[in-house]
Design a protein around this ligand. Sequence first.
Ligand SMILES: Nc1ncnc2c1ncn2[C@@H]1O[C@H](COP(=O)(O)OP(=O)(O)O)[C@@H](O)[C@H]1O
Ligand SMILES: O=P(O)(O)OC[C@H](O)CO
Length: 495
Amino acid sequence: MTPSYVLALDQGTTSSRAVLFDHQGRLCRIAQQEFTQHYPKPGWVEHDANEIWTTQKQVTEQVLRDHGVSARQVVAIGITNQRETTVIWDRTTGEPIANALVWQDKRTAPLCEELRERGLEDQVREKTGLVIDSYFSATKIRWMLDHIDRARERAERGELLFGTMDTWLMWKATGGQRHVTDYTNAGRTMLFDIRELAWDEELLRELDIPAAMLPDVLPCSADFGTWTIDGVDIPIAGVAGDQHAALFGQACFEPGTAKNTYGTGCFMLMNTGEELCYSKNGLISTLAWGPDGKVNYALEGSIFIAGAAVQWLRDGLKLIQSASETEALARQAGEAQEVYVVPAFVGLGAPYWDMYARGAIFGLTRDTGAPELVRATLQSLAYQTRDVLEAMQEDSGLTLQTLKVDGGAVANNYLMQFQADILGVEVERPEVIESTAWGAACLAGMHVGIWSLETIAEVRRVEKRFAPHMDDTARASLYAGWQKAVKRTLGWLHE
Ligand SMILES: Nc1ncnc2c1ncn2[C@@H]1O[C@H](COP(=O)(O)OP(=O)(O)O)[C@@H](O)[C@H]1O
Ligand SMILES: O=P(O)(O)OC[C@H](O)CO
C-alpha cells in the first residue's frame, strides 16, 4: 500500500517550516527557511507577509521533494503559526498594504495606555482573558488603519482584510477563496470573546475596527479549504496558534498538565480544563484548543525574549556563530561570577507586563568575558520561566511535578539542567521536540479521521529527563539575584 502522510506548516517568528509525519505519527522530514526580520525603529518589528508566504510555499514543496512524497499521498495539512502578528491586505489584489506588525512590536504602547486610561482593562480581561498590551493584534490593526494612507476608508468600504499568519497563509493557499481563522488565533486579537467564541462588537467599537475586516472563526479541527499542490486538492483540516498546538502535541489533555516552548520567545501553558480560569498574578487566560466546538482553556505565561536573546549573542554581539555553541561556552563560565542578563529588549511580558522595561546586564567585573555573558543569557530563559511558574502555581493552586519542554532551544542540555535546578522541578524533553508541528498535524489528522487523542498520547516518547540537583540555598540565592536585576529594568523608558 502507498504510505500516506500529514503535512504540518509551522510558520514561526524567525522561520517557515514544513514538517512531514507518516500515518503512524512518526516525524519523517523537516524543511526550514529563515526569513528577514525588519527593525525600522527601536521597538518596531516587521515581517514581509509575501516573503512569509513564499518561504512557506518553498519549504512545503521541498519537504515533499526531499522525502520523495507526491501530493496525492498527503491526506491533510495542519497549520500552526506565530500568533498575534498582524497583516492587512487588499481583498481584490491580495497585496498587503504594509509589512506585517510582529507580536514583539511595541509601537502601539501609547495607544494601549490610552485604552487603560479609558477604563477598558476589566472588560478586556473578562471577555478576552488578556491584558491590554501592544503584544496582541487589536492595537496593531488600529495603528495600520490610522497610519497607512487611505487604510481606514478602504477598510470601511470592505476592501481590506485582516489576518494573523494562519489566515494569511490560508488566503494565499486557497487562492483567495477562504478568509478564516481558528478559535486559538482569534483569541489572541483582543477582539474575540473566549467565553462566547465570537468577535466582540463592543471591543470592535471601542477600537474603531470595522467587523468586515475580520475572518470567520472555526474550531481547530475543521474544513479550512484546500491547497492545490501539483493538481491535487489537499484539505487544510487543522489550525492552531503555535503555543496551543504545542500544548496539544505534548498531550497536555488533563487539567494541571503544562508545557513550555523555547523558541524566539518562551511560552508556558497549563491546561485548566473546561473552566476559564482568570489569573491574579500576571498571567493571561487563553483557549487551549477546541477541535470540535467544545473548548478547553489554559493559563499562559508569555515571555517575549528567549531564543531571541541567543540570536542577539550571535547577530548583535557576534560572540558566537551558531546557537549550539552556547552550551559549551556556558560550561566554561567562572563558577564564582554572578552575572545577570535581563533581555527586556521589547519590554517584559508575563508576569510583569511592562512595555517600558528595557534590557540590562548586571554584575559585570573585570573577569567577565564571553562565557559568563553567554551563560547569563541562557540562564535568563530559565529565570523568566521560574517567574511564570510561580504565578501559575499560585493561580491554579497546583504544584507542577514535571515540565514538558519543546522548541529549538531545548536542544541545549546546559539550559535544560539549569532549568530543572532553578525550578526544583523535573524537566522532560520528548524525542520529537517539534511538538508545535505535531500538534497541528494531529488536529488535521483527527479531522480526516486517521488519528484520535489516544494516538497523540501513545506516539509521544520521552528522550531525556533532567532532575533538579541544586541545593535549596543556592537556588534561592540565585533567584533572588535575578529578581533584584529585573526590578531595576522595570519602567526604564518612562524614568
Ligand atoms: N542549542 C541551542 N541553544 C540555545 N538556543 C538555541 C539553540 N538552538 C536554537 N536556539 C534558539 O532557539 C530559537 C529557534 O527555535 P524555534 O523553535 O525554531 O523558534 P521560532 O519557532 O520562534 O522561530 C532561536 O531563537 C535560537 O536562537
Ligand atoms: O514563533 P514562536 O515559536 O516564537 O512563537 C511566537 C508566539 O506565538 C507569539 O505569541
